[in-house]
Structure formats: structure tokens, C-alpha cells
Design a binder for this molecule. Structure first.
Ligand SMILES: *[C@@H]1O[C@H](CO)[C@@H](O)[C@H](O)[C@H]1NC(C)=O
Length: 444
């Protein structure tokens, strides 16, 4: 049974989520205001969409005009509007005008137009790739109905990825491949993508400040294809160590990824501290309170690679490290979108089923985030609840209610097969995102 679940979780590598409904909480309205205020300028977002058009269909570079509009022009929501350009039919002038509240909305509008008016197909390579032969030449693009096409986003956020996608797919990607993926995200209307690349370079700086050595960290980080599990307290050291050049280059890559996501008006989700610490904590901080976790499917059952260390929430180092990690990211990237992913028990059983322990752990995770970023919201994968029968209502409730309502969002990660929202009274009131997984692309 366990191995069947493992297989499933191994194959589950591309995941898209969509929000079930508008989140109603004063903190979310505040967060939306911050996002609106901090979003890239209209001209940056319009330029980002123009760049996407140039990469996709350079022959039609002047056939479209893109314009950012206000939420009010969309009846208070996010939307795109496709219109015939007022100057259409004059030579070499734009034919189609696409307006949207963000660059993502405009890109989704461009995709809509190409798909429904020009019969084009825009997808991943394994699901048909980009097929644009049916798009008419500039000057003869199909007109849209006189009143235009108005499409309102039914949900505020469309999330993309699983924490393990980094290792299944992204470990081998260069900027060219990432650029293509971010274009794909924009076309699909994804506005809440995970942005996990390069985090080991940040961890390195943080842990060095806490006096951990390079060899302490060599035994902590996994190799590129296994980072997902060394990040989530499942394995350590396997496939490593990571060369410094790799760490540095991933950080450079992450900066490009984030910059492009922000240019489109997306909200990239950064990582946060889960309590996962190098084994050397015992020698560096002999008084630190730590627990060793159990064996998560270690390679050949060899305990050399498993049984990572979890800092106890009562240890003051917990919040110190959590805060430093957020601060180091903000320092390095110059900004944050205030939404942080963190999964302590993705496929690990907690050391205690005492709801008080679980609650204090959640509270320490959030306190670390919030001490580094006062507007922080914790985005948590709900996979643990489907995976491990450990999570009974008192334990679930303890974790979900360890932070104030409105400061956590849960991803109902397997919702189309085993929805948790139905059996947990809607995650006991914690806002959640319903999702659809796209599973084994490598079988195609
Ligand atoms: C790291 O070591 C230095 C020198 O021993 C010490 O002064 C400093 O407090 C240590 N840092 C932490 C975070 O413990």
C-alpha cells in the first residue's frame, strides 16, 4: 500500500490548482491591495505580453495591441476583453486589441483569441506543442463580435506546480526552457506559481550565518533531482553534494524567473522554513531541541540518507532561522509577493500526535514567516491529509488552526479523487484551493 502511494506521489509532478471561491477574510482583502500596489507598472506588463507574442508569433508583432485596464473596468474582478482594434483594416495597423487587468489576463486573452478565433493550439511539447499554421496572415485576422469578448476570471487565483515538480522536471532546465514555461503559464492564466529554484543558495547563506559549515550542508542538501525530498525532510545528502557553481547558477536563474513572473503581474510563491535542519545541529547547537524523524523510503532502506532532524517549535532557533530565511530571500530578490509555501510533514509522520504539539509547530512556522514579512500568508499542500492516516480530525484541526484564519491557504491536492474538503468540513474554515492534477507526462 505504502509503495503504491509512493508511486503515485512520484508520478504526480505537474499540478494545476484553481481557487474554489473568492477568499473572504480581511487579511485577504489587505493582501489583494498590497498585490495591486506592488504589481509591475502597466507598461512593464504590456511589454511582457508583447515579448511573449514576439517569441510565439513574431510575424504578427504589430497585429495586436495590449492594454492594461483597471479592475473597475472588469466589474471589480480580474478579466480580459478582446476587441476589434479601432484602426483595424488600415494597412499595417493593429487588428485586435486585448485588454486585461494584468499581463496574465492579457496573455490568457491572446490565447483565447488564437484558440477560438484562429483554431491554434498552444501547449506543452508532449501535449501537442505550439500549432499556429491556422492563424491567418497579418491583415486578415478574424474579427470578434462587435461588442467584443469579455471573460471574467471565475476565481482569484490559479496555482501551478507541486513542490516535487522541481526535482521531476525543473532540475535540468535552463533559462530558455523556463522562459517557455512561464509563457505557457501566462497563456493558461496561471497567476500563482511556485518559485522554488535557487533556494539552496539562500539556505547556504542562512545556515552559514548560524555557523554551519560547507560539509554540514553537503550532507543536508540532496542532488538536483532529489532536492524536493531534502527540502521536505524526507532525505538528506542523497545525490549530492551540490557544487558551488550549481548553487550560484540556480540563484541567477531564480532571479530571472522571478523577474519575468513579476513582469507578467504574477504572484510567485517562495519557500519558507519548515523546521528541517542539518544533522550537524547537534554539534553546532548542543542545547538545541531536535527530533529525528522516521525513515521515509530511504534509498535501499539505508538510514544514511534518511531520518532528518526537525527542530522543536519551542526552540528559539526555530523562529530565528525562519525569519532569517525570509529576510535573506527579500534581500536577495528585492521583494516578495508575501505568499510562502511550507510543508513539514508532506510524507513524514509527526513525532507526536498531541494536538498541542502540532499546533505549536504550525505557530512557530508562521511566526518565522511573519517575523520576516508581516504580510505573510502560508500556502500549504494538503497532501499529508490524504497520504497519512495519522491525520485525524483533532490533528488536522490543530495544524489548520495553528495560525489565524486568513493567514493560511491549503491546497486540496488530490481533490478530484479524494477530496479532503468534503470530509473536513471545508478544512475547518481555512480557505483552500481545489485542484486538478495533470499526471504522467512521461508516459505520453
Ligand atoms: C557563530 O559563531 C560565532 C563565533 O563563535 C558566535 O559569536 C556567534 O554567536 C555564532 N552565531 C550563532 C547564530 O550562534
Amino acid at each position: 500500500m505504502a509503495s503504491a502511494w509512493l508511486l503515485f506521489s512520484l508520478f504526480l509532478f505537474f499540478i494545476i490548482f484553481s481557487a474554489a471561491k473568492e477568499f473572504q477574510s480581511p487579511h485577504f482583502s489587505c493582501l489583494h491591495e498590497i498585490h495591486e500596489r506592488e504589481r509591475s507598472s502597466a507598461s512593464v506588463q504590456e511589454t511582457a505580453v508583447h515579448g511573449l507574442l514576439m517569441r510565439l508569433l513574431p510575424s504578427h508583432a504589430s497585429s495586436f495591441q495590449f492594454r492594461i485596464i483597471s479592475k473597475e473596468e472588469c466589474n471589480g474582478k480580474l478579466c480580459f476583453i478582446i476587441r476589434n482594434h479601432p484602426s483595424a483594416k488600415q494597412d499595417a495597423s493593429p487588428e485586435i486589441l486585448i485588454e486585461g487587468v494584468t499581463g496574465v489576463e492579457i496573455s490568457a486573452g491572446l490565447h483565447w483569441y488564437l484558440k477560438y478565433f484562429c483554431s491554434a493550439h498552444i501547449s506543452w511539447e508532449k501535449t501537442g506543442g505550439v500549432q499556429l499554421d491556422t492563424v491567418p496572415k497579418p491583415g486578415s485576422l478574424p474579427l470578434v463580435p462587435h461588442d467584443g469578448i469579455f471573460v471574467q476570471r471565475p476565481v482569484q487565483w490559479s496555482y501551478y506546480q507541486n513542490a516535487v515538480t522541481s526535482s521531476y522536471s525543473f532540475a535540468w532546465w535552463d533559462w530558455e526552457r523556463w522562459e517557455k514555461e512561464i509563457d505557457w503559464m501566462a497563456f493558461q492564466g496561471i497567476n500563482l506559481p511556485l518559485a522554488f529554484t535557487g533556494q539552496e543558495a539562500i539556505w547556504q547563506k542562512v545556515f552559514q550565518r548560524f555557523n554551519f559549515s560547507t560539509s554540514d550542508l553537503d550532507d543536508f542538501f540532496g542532488g538536483p533531482a532529489f532536492l524536493a525530498w531534502s527540502r521536505m525532510n524526507n532525505l538528506h545528502g542523497w545525490g549530492g553534494p551540490l557544487p558551488q557553481t550549481w548553487l550560484n547558477n540556480q540563484l541567477v536563474l531564480q532571479k530571472k524567473i522571478l523577474a519575468r513572473m513579476y513582469d507578467f503581474g504574477m504572484t510567485p510563491v517562495l519557500p519558507a522554513f519548515s523546521g528541517n535542519v542539518p544533522a550537524a545541529i547537534k554539534s553546532r547547537f548542543p542545547n538545541a531541541r531536535v527530533t529525528q524523524l522516521g525513515n521515509w523510503f530511504s534509498v535501499n532502506s539505508n538510514t544514511r540518507w534518511c531520518c532528518t532532524y526537525l527542530l522543536e517549535p519551542t526552540d528559539p532557533l526555530f523562529v530565528d532561522i525562519g525569519k532569517s530565511f525570509i529576510e535573506q530571500q527579500i534581500k536577495e530578490y528585492g521583494r516578495s509577493s508575501h505568499i510562502y509555501n511550507c510543508d513539514t510533514f508532506d510524507e513524514n509522520t509527526p513525532p507526536s500526535d498531541n494536538p498541542q504539539y502540532i499546533s505549536s509547530l504550525g505557530a512557530a512556522i508562521y511566526e518565522g514567516m511573519q517575523s520576516g514579512d508581516s504580510a505573510a500568508v502560508w500556502l500549504m499542500q494538503g497532501w499529508l491529509f490524504s497520504y497519512d492516516p495519522f491525520w485525524q480530525p483533532p490533528q488536522m484541526k490543530a495544524l489548520l488552526h495553528s495560525v489565524p484564519i486568513g493567514r493560511m491557504v491549503v491546497l486540496d491536492l488530490y481533490a478530484e479523487v479524494k477530496p479532503i474538503w468534503t470530509t473536513s468540513n471545508h478544512f475547518y474554515g481555512v480557505p483552500y484551493i481545489w485542484k486538478v492534477p495533470i499526471i504522467p507526462l512521461f508516459f505520453v
